[in-house]
Design a protein around this ligand. Structure first.
Ligand SMILES: [Zn+2]
Ligand SMILES: [Zn+2]
Length: 246
């Protein structure tokens, strides 16, 4: 599994970081976790054909994780007509908005090729190459919304992707992290290092990568750098364009 961090910023892009989008490539297939802008442009720049894309898994409907879907679905709809993929969203209202966006801007939506689905907890995707389990988190609970962390399995490797969590104590950090994983990709926008490192310390994991860092940015990045070598796992923050092979 090849993981390319297309966008690693929190809710606001910076001069060097786009919002959330992560590309997974397994054999000849590509998948996205989250689709912050400008995910379509980033795929094109990297030479990833839209035809290779099998599915998009959004973690929740906040715009920094979803607005890139507009351009992605629109281009796939009217231009890259060989593309054929599934789009998983966490709430029906998100599905309605993005469907409507393409219908209005393009005049129609080819739902045979671009299939929107509602994500459900548990194993919700398995194409024989990639298996994805949705784990409920509390990030959207104050607006009665839904959010998920994802456990991604492919080729005997396991990756836990936290998505956005809830609260300064990271209390909804997924219990699935207690099972052996090769990689945990963890956000750090809603809590600081003091909340998450004690939780990570107990996890049987080989590598921890932080993205979505916002909480007291400079201090958090310094704490992540200082943590290197202090734990049994490799730990660092990722930048846009970083590639990791699992
Ligand atoms: Zn976010
Ligand atoms: Zn969010």
């Amino acid at each position: 599994m090849k993981i390319t961090f297309l966008g690693t910023s929190h809710g606001v892009p910076s001069p060097t970081r786009y919002c959330s989008a992560t590309l997974l490539e397994v054999e000849d297939r590509a998948y996205l976790i989250d689709a912050g802008a400008p995910v379509a442009d980033l795929l094109i720049r990297r030479g990833v054909p839209f035809e290779k894309l099998r599915a998009v898994f959004t973690t929740h409907i906040h715009s920094d994780h979803t607005v890139g879907l507009s351009a992605l679905c629109s281009l796939a709809n009217w231009y890259y007509r060989e593309s054929d993929f599934d789009i998983y969203m966490t709430e029906e209202r998100g599905i309605q908005i993005f469907r409507q966006m393409v219908r209005v801007t393009d005049g129609s939506l080819d739902e045979q090729r671009l299939r929107f689905h509602l994500t459900s907890p548990g194993v919700f995707y398995d194409d024989g190459t990639l298996r994805v389990t949705a784990i409920s988190t509390r990030h959207m609970e104050q607006v009665n919304g839904t959010s998920y962390a994802y456990l991604i399995e492919a080729g005997g490797r396991r990756m836990l992707f936290t998505g956005d969590l809830h609260g300064e104590d990271a209390a909804d950090f997924p219990a699935a992290a207690q099972e052996p994983t090769d990689l945990i990709v963890c956000e750090m926008a809603h809590f600081g290092p003091d909340a998450i490192f004690p939780r990570l310390a107990a996890c049987p994991v080989r590598q921890v990568l932080f993205n979505h860092v916002y909480h007291d940015y400079e201090a958090s990045m310094a704490a992540i750098r200082a943590a290197a070598g202090q734990y049994p796992f490799e730990v660092r923050a990722v930048e846009d364009g970083d590639v990791v092979e699992l």
